[in-house]
Design a protein. Structure first.
Length: 453
């Protein structure tokens, strides 16, 4: 059974599932107002690996991740640039998916958008007001955290400590009953996008969309809610607070991952200030970032530097060389290695340990070939391919290794893209995926990769 560090309990606990054989996961997705940064990339990669592993373990995974397509940051940018806010959201979402494809991150099963849930958000807020757990002020509607049992569960602070800390400072506190009370509905200022509500024209607060969407799509008492450490408080605390205030059961477990650190001055001198995920992938093999993320524990910070990225690329070179050398070999995977892999991954998602096992299999396959033992090499190679697939690592294959019919599909996709026939291009991409190939659009044209498995 998978065990993870639960932020609420502050210890590693079994992932006890609501429904046997099924796991429901909600990941807070991006606010689409600018290009994705390195933190977004880590975020997507950590839960992509978790999801792949749980599915490989035989669980039926439902993975929901939202798109925040209305938010203060989007409105601010629209006003600054005198643009339509919806246009910014649509374009930035397109860039987001492009970045996810390059990272080989699987699309969520469910991708709710905040703007599709306005009606349900208003209903939830009205319910909270009816119960006397939310109140109206001159600028919106606020949740009263003193009405919420166990508020501070994730922050690990009491209401008194939070009062001293000041809570959310987004609006003048005079009308708020407690500094940690937070906006459920924000009345619109002139020129801001707005929707009608019983409290006046306005928009929902950020914390309301995720509680509404996760409960709607995954149901009460869903298994796992995840995100970056920075989302623990106030965002996740406040999502939970709304559910509790409605007497609903919320996430059973909370999982949070660590930050991305850049090599201070050295980084900016040698690389420019690479915080943009797409820039990083232009500069390095996109797979190198996945490998870097895999080689650290998800709760530890990772350092993105020229050295760590170059080391990751060198390791990928070894994987690719192995893939070419063992391309013709197939056997059965080594069950004892798969068991060990499962055990390290189930131990709070120890991807560093799992990646070690992968590289050990690669070395094993190489040395078996060196001594002319093709049978052992085939077993090690097959095992390594299976582990790589679970970790989402793909091998780069030389163009001469691409079968004709695959190249043909890729060429036709390229023609469709050139003709801006994106529907056909997407269909061809799907057909390539079914055949076990991924196509990545790079500055030098499309690159074909065979899936690890
Ligand atoms: Zn969220």
């Amino acid at each position: 059974m998978m065990r993870i560090y639960d932020t609420a309990r502050q210890s590693v606990v079994p992932l006890e599932l609501r429904d046997e054989g099924k796991v429901s996961i909600y990941v807070c997705g991006p606010t689409v107002y600018g290009p994705p940064h390195l933190g977004h990339g880590r975020h997507a990669l950590v839960y992509d690996v978790l999801r792949r592993f749980l599915a490989w373990s035989g669980l039926e995974v439902t993975f929901a991740s939202n798109i925040t397509d209305i938010d203060d940051k989007i409105i601010d940018r629209a006003q600054r640039e005198n643009r339509d806010w919806a246009d910014i959201a649509v374009k930035c979402e397109g860039v987001w998916w492009q970045a996810m494809d390059r990272l080989n991150v699987s699309r969520p099963d469910l991708t709710p958008h905040a703007t599709e849930y306005l009606g349900q958000m208003i209903d939830l807020i009205a319910d909270l007001v009816d119960r006397g757990r939310a109140y109206q002020t001159s600028d919106g509607v606020y949740l009263s955290v003193e009405q919420v049992e166990g508020y501070g569960l994730l922050a690990h602070q009491s209401l008194d400590e939070l009062r001293a800390g000041g809570g959310e400072r987004e609006l003048v506190g005079a009308e708020k009953k407690h500094p940690a009370d937070f906006a459920l509905w924000k009345l619109a200022k002139p020129g801001e996008p707005s929707w009608p509500s019983p409290w006046g024209e306005g928009r929902p607060g950020w914390h309301t969309e995720c509680v509404v969407m996760s409960l709607d799509l995954l149901g009460e008492d869903f298994d796992l809610h995840t995100g970056g450490l920075d989302l623990t408080f106030p965002h996740h605390e406040n999502e939970r607070a709304q559910a509790v205030a409605l007497d609903k059961r919320f996430a059973r477990r909370w999982m949070h991952h660590g930050f991305v650190e850049l090599e201070g001055e050295k980084m900016s001198k040698s690389l420019g200030n690479v915080t943009n995920l797409l820039d990083l992938m232009d500069r390095y093999d996109a797979r190198a970032y996945r490998l870097l993320v895999l080689q650290s524990h998800y709760r530890s910070p990772i350092e993105v530097t020229e050295t760590t990225m170059t080391n990751a690329e060198a390791a990928l070179g070894r994987l690719d060389a192995f893939a070419r050398r063992t391309a013709g070999l197939s056997g059965r995977a080594d069950g004892s290695v798969l068991d060990r892999f499962r055990a390290v991954m189930e131990d709070d998602l120890d991807t560093a340990g799992a990646t070690d096992l992968l590289f050990r299999q690669v070395r094993e396959a190489n040395s078996a070939l060196d001594r002319g033992d093709d049978d052992s090499a085939a077993v090690a190679a097959t095992t390594a391919r299976e582990l790589a697939a679970v970790l989402g690592l793909e091998f780069r294959v030389e163009s001469s290794d691409v079968p004709g019919e695959i190249q043909d599909l890729a060429d036709r996709r390229q023609e469709a893209r050139a003709a801006k026939d994106f529907a056909t291009a997407d269909t061809l991409r799907d057909r390539l995926a079914q055949a076990g190939w991924t196509v990545e659009d790079s500055a030098d044209g499309p690159i074909l990769r065979r899936h690890g498995g």
